[in-house]
Design a binder for this molecule. Structure first.
Ligand code: CA
Length: 401
């Protein structure tokens, strides 16, 4: 075994990543075996770090069945993966992975979305801290015979890292790592999700190779909104959109509400920007989830605004859909699932919400919620009356008298 490999494995062992139970028989005397299969244990053939032609550090190159077994997971039970050495599809090393996904049509006549995951901080993907990554990249050859919508994200997240459409044939996918919005030091599972085709399209066939990263020496710095004053969210920074999560059931991550920063002054009430929220249809034509909420425990301290001054937490909503919509806002406490609803608001198309209605009376929360102090978990915003895909604009969550 090469010295560099032994060194790498010893580091992994020192980090205590793996349990060695059951790995006593046949283990090499130098304790360098970290993967325990059938007795006797065998050591993986892990290559030293390599760099792709474009200068990126190769994170995973799909080079062996052992590596696929240890480092790739699928969401769909009937997905299939195998090695291919066809030079038309291999972009790094000797092999790539051929994947066939979505082999089962659901009752509505189309194929479900499917995800493959790469599991990092493992013997075949030893990189454990991605906070130095400026761009992720991967090569995907789309042999499905149709374009495929694609989302790159990470486990247990409400925001996408990257979304695009894969054309037929070769795709070199370059994905920006927004290190002000996401803490990549803590991410070990990457999700690659593909929208299922229509029934006539057939299953997805792709070849995948060369998951790699472009590193930077500039230190990562997470953005955190300042809730100490009376302006809580003004949407001047892109990272603010990650504090808003979809609320309600979703058919697909491809049709869940999408949040982005808007700088078109037609849809801004105060400041230079607002948040745009796009809502989408399910594949049967009905609207998918038309609600969103604030992230858990991210708002300012409501207790500062309880008392004689009659404070409100206010917000502005612009209806950019074709027809009138209703807005139901509900405040959730962290105590015993208590909620307080504000009266339903109707917003005309092409108009902003009434500022005397789009607000939460803080003293009313104090009256309704139990507990010595207001312990607010989230505020939900659910829209009714939408029959077509459309957008709303959301601005300026603030405390006001
Ligand atoms: Ca490869």
């Amino acid at each position: 075994m090469k010295k560099a490999v032994v060194f790498l494995l010893v580091i992994i062992m020192a980090l205590g990543v793996f349990s060695f139970s059951g790995c006593n028989n046949g283990k090499p005397a130098d304790n360098s075996c970290v993967i325990c299969g059938d007795d006797p244990c065998t050591c993986p053939d892990i290559p030293p770090p390599e760099y792709a032609e474009d200068g990126a550090l190769v994170v995973f190159s799909f080079e062996s069945y052992e590596a696929l077994l240890r480092s790739v997971a699928f969401s769909a039970a009937q997905s299939k993966i195998e090695l291919s050495d066809n030079p038309a599809y291999v972009t790094q090393g000797k092999y790539c992975a051929r994947m066939r996904m979505n082999q089962v049509k659901n009752s509505a006549g189309y194929y479900d979305d499917s995800t493959f995951q790469l599991l990092a901080n493992t013997p075949y993907i030893p990189k454990a801290d991605f906070s130095d990554v400026e761009y992720f990249a991967i090569d995907i050859y789309n042999a499905s015979g149709f374009e495929v919508e694609f989302i790159f994200s990470y486990a247990n997240t409400y925001t996408h890292l990257y979304r695009s459409t894969l054309k037929e044939g070769a795709n070199k996918v370059l994905m920006y790592a927004d290190r002000e919005t996401h803490d990549f030091a803590a991410i070990n599972i990457f999700d690659f999700t593909f929208k299922g085709g229509e029934g006539s399209d057939g299953p997805l066939d792709i070849y995948v190779d060369n998951f790699r990263v472009f590193e930077t020496e500039i230190e990562a710095k997470l953005y955190e909104p300042d809730m100490s004053g009376e302006n809580w969210f003004d949407f001047s920074h892109a990272a603010e959109t990650s504090y808003f999560w979809y609320f309600g059931a979703i058919e697909s991550i491809f049709s869940r509400p999408a949040h982005s920063i808007n700088r078109n002054s037609n849809f801004i009430l105060t400041g230079d920007s607002s948040m745009r929220v796009d809502f989408f249809q399910k594949r049967n034509g009905a609207m998918d989830c038309t609600g969103f909420r604030t992230a858990d425990d991210c708002l300012g301290d409501f207790n500062k605004y309880v008392g004689a001054d009659n404070w409100y937490v206010a917000f502005d909503v612009y209806n950019a859909t074709a027809g009138p919509i209703t807005l139901s806002a509900i405040v959730f406490s962290n105590y015993a699932d208590e909620t307080v609803s504000i009266p339903v608001i109707t917003i005309a198309p092409g108009a902003w919400s009434d500022s005397t209605k789009a607000r939460i009376y803080v003293n009313a929360l104090k009256t309704s919620f139990t507990g010595a102090a207001l312990n607010i978990m989230t505020v939900t915003f659910s829209f009714g009356g939408m029959t077509q895909p459309g957008s709303i604009y959301f601005d300026n969550i603030r405390v006001t008298k």
